[in-house]
Design a protein. Structure first.
Lengths: 102, 102
């Protein structure tokens, strides 16, 4: 299992449409067979800063996400709304290790 | 619902015991009635950097966590193993909003 934090800094004037595009991506991503979590978070105190918390049961499942139409639509839709390039940071999951508990 | 990322930088010589203490905290924390997620993550490429991903159904539930014996035991146990002060960053959860989907 693998988690990626995707940190996104959004231009203030695009926040509302960014959230809308992320929600559409969320609702499709959680249907992917290898997806465990796909949380959309907005930082308290900085509404232009977001984190996508993406957990997949394998590297292959995480890579397959990149091949989906909903991911590619999201990527292209939000590209010009970012104030700076997004940053993905991969993590190993130590707990929980039982998928059923997720 | 609220999420806190707790970023922790651990002294290299204390990594193994830090993980052990965090796992003990994890297994008790997920039993709390207001807890939604309590993930322990280790950064790829930097095994001394950890993130605790803590989701609670309310501010009150998040505060109640601080009153538990398992939290206080963790806090006191790991205090001297940190290479620098831990940093908690609060986030608003935009998706998922249905607790049942967590």
């Amino acid at each position: 299992m693998i988690v990626t934090f995707v940190h996104v800094w959004v231009k203030p004037e695009n926040i509302d449409e960014f959230i809308k595009a992320c929600k559409a991506n969320h609702y499709e991503s959680v249907k992917e067979p290898g997806n465990l979590r796909f949380d959309l978070l907005q930082e308290e105190g900085d509404p232009s800063k977001f984190v996508l918390y993406e957990a997949y049961e394998s590297e292959e499942a995480a890579k397959a996400h990149k091949d989906t139409l909903h991911y590619q639509t999201w990527r292209d839709t939000v590209a010009n709304w970012m104030a700076s390039p997004r940053k993905g940071i991969k993590h190993k999951i130590l707990c929980p290790l039982d998928k059923l508990k997720w």
